[in-house]
Unconditional design. Structure first.
Lengths: 329, 329
């Protein structure tokens, strides 16, 4: 229940970051990410968190750890758990740091300060970006007619299904997606060995590749009840997270969709009317997520930015019992 | 999810109190209790909260709103939502205010400062305390053999079943209690008209009377995994909260059990070996709760104190958007 401390009683809100100035050249701040167990008395230290990185960027600017540079201020951050380096670009209009703003992220109504979160070289090389060497191909899933898919590794390994080729729209409700989980698992397990994600004789897992549907934009209502027009976004995306429909889209999956959007013939660029390195607006059940590839060379995005938001909630002094005291047990 | 603010994503942890010095003679501090809706954008202002009162007592002492008076410091608090006046007695050993302590409450492992929370005149008059005029009686529930019950109104209207008379122990597991919910609802609905809680022609509800089993102490393991011996407590209690087993016991129910413990022949005093105005230790699924009646006149407890704990977690400055701004929506 997390009655004893500050946090929320869900894995999404039970997180902390320890921030310090970085000694590494070219890096502004280091942050150590803690996934705090709920009711377990334990902390998991091996992963990274994009939402925390977004918060760290605003924190670093608001606390003067990085000098403000005009309307936008860049923060280079190193996640010390994984070694990953990310950039946050914080809106500082007129050189002023704000606590709040008007930017929202899908699934929340709170207005925050716009923060662009940039992944560097998420695709590595062309061979890594397209593990099968093709931007799109037909995939036979079980005994059914083949479906059109793009298998892309950028941020994470992702298999994207052209919804129309599978008799879907890509704008399905979460309920409809739930009914498609067994089929999408079969797509995932079929794609895994083709993407080099399965050891010979091994059993396919459900973490990777990430799997989802893409389709053309259509009007729909978000899970928060907002009406979205077909003109408000560029491509419908419906992802799974493990074996459940994702209410929005993971940051690394958004990176992969944007990378696919760069590629001639991919299921994404065919939906959007051709390859693009402009902002790509993804329509997800919870709302629209904007993502953009920049610094593109030889079809490889060297930088992929996801539009996020952060908000200062509080400055707090937290009372912690001394280690070894009965209260610290 | 309460991503936008400070709180927890459960009703138990999504609460706030606004504290101020009281202008009322004999009252130290006023507090306004807010039950903050989760995902509703609304706040409920009509109820009180004993756990919040416990926290307010420690807050008032630690912030100097009440002068420290030796090893224990009393805080008289008025809940401005309901007008209820409660007393908190905060442990201040040697005249020092502590942030933490060794006192726990059932269901949490965190050590806090001991706070006795006292309800004044929870039973009103003898006629109100015993709505049927009897400390215990046989109650026929459906077609089964009668069971022995005490119907008591102190803090809240409560019907307590002598577990042995119903083929139970009073130390049942939560799973076993779940199976008994339909039967205990029948007990509640049978007792309601006898306690004057049902309008003629009305349908019985599930909020009152509160209903539970009492029995002798036996060794058991709490929901946190602690071993409790039969000598560690005085009476086993298993309550429902609405139509589910309560993992511990509500504060007002604890008051009613203590009041019943004062009465010759009640199902509580028969279990404890006779009426008592000493501390009564109630064994609940989550752990032991101590409660005591004092200032007893004519069998009526004018003060009932429940042993609780509070802990200072943080001092925080919370950033709130200005009313009317887009961010405040």
């Amino acid at each position: 229940m997390e009655l004893d401390g500050v946090g929320g009683a869900t894995p999404t809100t039970s997180k902390a970051a320890v921030v310090s100035a970085s000694s590494q050249p070219g890096v502004d701040v280091d942050y150590l990410f803690a996934q705090v167990g709920i009711g377990t008395g334990s902390v998991e230290w091996t992963s990274n968190c994009g939402n925390c990185a977004t918060g760290v960027a605003l924190y670093a600017v608001s606390k003067g750890m990085v000098p403000v540079t005009g309307d936008r201020t860049r923060v280079v951050m190193r996640n010390t758990n994984t070694g990953a380096v990310l950039e946050g670009t914080v809106d500082t209009p007129g050189g002023v740091v704000h606590h709040f703003g008007r930017q929202t992220v899908p699934g929340t109504r709170a207005g925050g300060v716009a923060v662009g979160l940039t992944f560097r070289n998420p695709a590595g090389t062309t061979a890594l970006l397209l593990p099968t060497g093709q931007a799109a191909q037909d995939l036979r899933v079980g005994a059914a007619e083949p479906v059109r898919v793009s298998m892309v590794t950028a941020g994470a390994p992702v298999v994207l299904v052209d919804a129309a080729s599978a008799g879907r729209t890509g704008a399905e409700s979460l309920e409809r997606m739930s009914a498609d989980v067994p089929w999408l698992r079969t797509v995932r397990h079929t794609a895994a060995p083709l993407m080099g994600l399965l050891q010979p004789g091994g059993e396919p897992g459900d973490a990777v590749p990430k799997v989802g549907l893409v389709g053309p934009p259509v009007p729909y209502t978000t899970t928060l009840g907002e009406s979205i027009g077909a003109e408000d976004y560029d491509v419908s995306v419906r992802m799974l997270t493990m074996n459940a429909p994702h209410s929005a889209i993971g940051l690394t999956s958004a990176v992969a969709v944007a990378a696919a959007g760069l590629l001639q013939g991919s299921v994404v660029s065919r939906t959007t009317g051709g390859p693009t390195d402009e902002w790509l607006r993804l329509g997800t059940p919870a709302g629209v997520v904007a993502v953009r590839c920049t610094d593109v060379r030889d079809g490889l995005p060297h930088r992929v930015t996801v539009q996020r938001a952060a908000r200062l909630l509080a400055d707090a002094r937290i009372y912690v019992p001394e280690a070894g005291s009965p209260q610290a047990a």
